[in-house]
Each structure stands twice: as C-alpha cells, then as structure tokens.
Design a protein around this ligand. Structure first.
Ligand SMILES: [Mg+2]
Length: 372
C-alpha cells in the first residue's frame, strides 16, 4: 500500500466571533492510498499555518513540507513516518505548530491503519479499558456569576453531571473571579464543577484564588498560569488545595516531558489534534508511570472528539471526557455520526479507524481552501 495523495482542506463557518473557541474553523488532512482507502486527521491551530506546513515545497533536507515526505510511502509505517517528519522539518518544526501539523497527519495514518485492518484505533493502541466515559460539558463562563449560573442550569438540565467553565472574564479581579465560581456552583447544585482560568495568573495570585475557590469544591483548577511557566506549576501544585490541570497547549511528547518529569500537574490534558496518537500513547505511558491523571482536551470537531475517545478509553484511570458543547455546526455536524454525550455519558466508537465518516455535503458547504 502506498500514499498517493495528501489533501488539506480548511473549513470555516461564516461570521466568526472574537472568543476563545476552536470550533469556528478546522483544518483537515486526508491521506489517500492506491488501495482506495482514506484516513482523516485534524489539527487545532491556525488552519492556514498548518496548511502551509503540509504544502511547503522542498527547501532543505531538514526543511521540507509534509506532503512531499508522505507521497509514495507505506502509510502503515506511522512510527517511522513520525520520525521522518520530525527530522525533516527541524528548521521550522520540533515544537508548537510543526508538531500540530504532524499530529493531523498522524491521526489520519492511524485512521487509515484501522480501516486497513478492520479494527478500531483503541484496539491498535492496545485495547480500551472503558466502553463509555462520563462526559463533562465544556463551555465558556457567562459575563458574570448570574449568567454563569444560568449556563450551569442549562447543561445540568441536558443530563450532564459535570460542567467546566473557562476563560474570559476570569482574571478581571478577585471579586469578579469569585462571583463567577460562586455562580457556577449555585447553578450546578451537587454536580461536578471544573474551573478553567485561561492562563491569567502569576503563581502567587493563582494560589490565593485556589484557596478562595476551594469552598465551591471544584474538581480541578485548570491553566491558572501561562503555559510555559513550568516552575510556577511545580510550586503551585505543591501548595494548592485544589488539583491543578493543564497541558492542552502542549504539542507532542517533548513538550510534555518537563511537566511529567517534574510532576508539575495533577491532571495532564492531552489534545489529540496537537499530539497525534503516536505521541499521545507515549504521554499516556509516562503519566501513568508517574502517577498522574489523564484527560483529553478537545474543543473542535467530532473528528478530534472521536480520536480523543479512542485514546482516553485506553487510559487505565480515565474519569472524565471533555465534551465541548459550543453551539457551532463544526462541533456537531462535520461527521455523519454524532460524537456527543447522552445522559452525561459518551460511548467509545467501535467501528474501524476513528469510526466516524465525514459529511461531504458539510465539507463542501464550509470549504474555504484546498490543496493536494
Ligand atoms: Mg482549557
């Protein structure tokens, strides 16, 4: 089997708004073979930047676009291809979007492998330990505590037993921040509360907030610090009365390495559209060895949600699944199969590969750029 085509597509909904939400556009990588199979992957980044990394022509032996490295080779050799892509993109890759673009290819290669062998990806990863996982509704804060309480009531009413609120306006002031968390707890009743600060504090302020939030019983306090402040996370985790979660911005194993080695977090949040399956499997093994907990991060489409489910189901202690409930057609309609929680639980797909099928009519409707 050989790769014949690597198609890159950018989808974007009209009238996107200025908010911290990835579900307004998407970049797909579709790897096709001479056997007529297709694997599909997705990256969560700036779509045009990812597309440039796929499309770039040869410039140097270690500065080469991904398509050129892939056409003509056997897609089942995904571990070897990961290393080829890493080595031959070193001048612009190694971190951040360089790895994110590779993650989209890697997701597509695992989807292809699953289809070639007629097996779901969780089986290729070694076997699922969970048939379903408790989903938490992931959404942004309201403008104040009262609006946040209304949002909380909506999602509890939809059957969720856990809800996460994130980002703006958290970080405005101590009074605003506490009002948001109090509102969230009021609206949730006894349901599980998760707080995502959105990288707004220094470590000392974050510790003060963790003490203030503790009485509202959050299950975790997510990304209180900027993503590169590893020393801050180590310091905070040693002192915080609330477990500390982070990792969604980390791209691949090298990026997670210092967090795991230094036991910087309680919960490691892995985004499959930034790590791919190859590195997510490695991160899973290292975090389990270090005694940390694992969760997915996903705020994009049902493709990455399905990928996250395959991976998370193989994590021994998986306890929650991030189910983005943003009201965007990209989150809910990109695939024929719905990948959403029902009654607060989300099923792990069992069909070959990712187990989801692109809705080609939807792709055509929102397509803004294509190469291949
Ligand atoms: Mg987050």
């Amino acid at each position: 089997m050989k790769i014949t085509e690597v198609v890159c597509q950018i989808l974007r909904i009209p009238n996107i708004t200025a908010k911290t939400a990835s579900s307004q556009d998407s970049v797909l990588v579709r790897v096709r073979t001479d056997d007529g199979l297709e694997g599909v992957g997705e990256a969560d980044s700036s779509p045009e930047v990812v597309k440039a990394i796929v499309d770039a022509p040869f410039s140097h032996n270690i500065a080469c676009g991904l398509r050129q490295l892939l056409v003509g080779v056997n897609p089942l050799d995904h571990e070897r291809l990961w290393q080829t892509m890493y080595r031959r993109t070193m001048y612009f890759g190694r971190t951040a979007v360089g790895i994110t673009a590779m993650a989209a290819v890697d997701m597509a290669l695992w989807d292809l492998k699953g289809k070639a062998f007629g097996q779901p990806i969780h089986r290729l990863l070694g076997g699922k330990q969970h048939d379903r996982i408790r989903g938490y509704a992931s959404i942004l804060f309201g403008r104040d505590g009262k609006a946040t309480a209304d949002i909380a009531r909506r999602w509890v009413g939809e059957g969720y037993t856990a809800v996460k609120f994130g980002w703006e306006p958290m970080g405005t002031s101590e009074a605003v921040d506490i009002d948001l968390v109090r509102g969230a707890r009021d609206g949730l009743g006894d349901a599980t509360l998760l707080i995502d600060a959105g990288c707004v504090y220094d470590a000392r302020t974050a510790l003060r907030r963790a003490h203030a939030f503790a009485e509202y019983r959050p299950e975790w306090f997510e990304e209180p610090l900027r993503e590169d402040d590893i020393d801050g996370y180590v310091w905070l985790r040693d002192r915080s009365p609330v477990p500390i979660a982070a990792g969604e911005g980390e791209c691949g194993r090298e990026s997670f390495r210092p967090f795991i080695d230094r036991r910087a977090l309680d919960v490691y949040q892995v985004d499959l559209s930034r790590c791919g399956f190859t590195d997510a499997a490695y991160i899973r093994a290292r975090v389990e060895e270090a005694g940390g907990r694992l969760c997915n991060h996903c705020y994009t489409s049902p493709l990455t949600a399905a990928a996250s489910l395959h991976w998370l189901s193989t994590c021994r202690d998986a306890f929650l699944f991030e189910d983005c409930v943003e009201d965007s057609p990209l989150r809910h309609e990109l695939t024929v199969e719905k990948v959403q929680s029902v009654g607060g639980w989300i099923e792990v797909p069992d069909r070959p590969g990712l187990g989801v099928t692109l809705d080609e009519g939807f792709v055509k409707k929102y397509l803004v750029a294509e190469s291949g």
